[in-house]
Design a protein around this ligand. Structure first.
Ligand SMILES: N[C@@H](CCC(=O)N[C@@H](CS)C(=O)NCC(=O)O)C(=O)O
Length: 217
């Protein structure tokens, strides 16, 4: 059988790569990382061969190619149901899918104004109104989950929702975003997640000099 691979790009800048990687790690998948060099002109041609959407992450497992992070999450939940990517309770599962979908399709202002950049820190960063509205909605989602399911993660134990929102936690820390106590504690909990710590350590070893990517990822 061909090896299981996850195609990703920059660990410092690519928030969707991070989500896909966390999901595969949570599912306990034995996978090889296929890291595309983001500053290489041949990358797009290579990416088209590997991912029909041109986008990362893209999972290849057991003869199946799955691109798009939500599809990867659903596939992993089907092949590794014991991993608990979705909560047990049917209502909690629906809630989890809903907030994962909201992250997947929304928060464009937050994503463009506060791009993921794990090596950076901007104390006192000025957040404009459009991004603040997204921040308010994200933290409302988090508070509701933590009050309903008791924390420390969004649905009690780790779930796919934590993988979907992990890059947002890291953005809030990078850009020094003012948060309510529950959201602040959640960001700290996610930042201490051992798998995420491994990803951040690897991001720190990537080359600098990719400023143009700040606006795109
Ligand atoms: N909806 C997609 C979004 C993936 C995405 O936007 N990936 C970015 C990196 S974070 C990408 O592959 N960009 C490559 C390019 O634009 O060439 C998903 O859920 O996976």
């Amino acid at each position: 059988m061909a090896p299981t691979t996850l195609t990703i790009s920059s660990k410092n800048y690519s928030s969707w790569s991070l989500r896909g990687w966390l999901l595969c790690t949570m599912a306990g998948l034995d996978f090889e990382e296929h890291v595309l060099p983001v500053d290489d002109p041949s990358t797009r041609a290579e990416l088209l061969l590997l991912s029909p959407s041109f986008l990362v992450p893209c999972l290849r497992h057991d003869g199946v190619t799955v691109w798009d992070t939500l599809a990867i999450a659903a596939y992993l939940d089907e092949i590794e149901p014991e991993a608990g990517l979705l909560p047990q309770d049917v209502k909690a599962r629906a809630h989890c899918r809903a907030i994962c979908g909201e992250m997947h399709s929304g928060f464009a202002n937050l994503r463009s104004a506060l791009p993921m950049n794990l090596r950076a820190h901007y104390p006192g960063f000025k957040v404009w109104a459009g991004a603040q509205a997204d921040i308010d909605r994200v933290t409302e989602i988090w508070r509701e989950c933590i009050e309903t399911y008791g924390g420390p993660y969004l649905f009690g134990g780790l779930s796919m929702a934590d993988a979907m929102y992990a890059p947002v936690c890291l953005r809030f820390l990078t850009y020094d975003v003012a948060l309510d106590p529950i959201s602040k504690a959640y960001c700290r909990t996610i930042a201490e997640w051992p798998a995420l710590q491994r990803w951040i350590a690897a991001a720190r070893t990537e080359p600098d000099e990719l400023e143009e990517l700040d606006a795109e990822f």
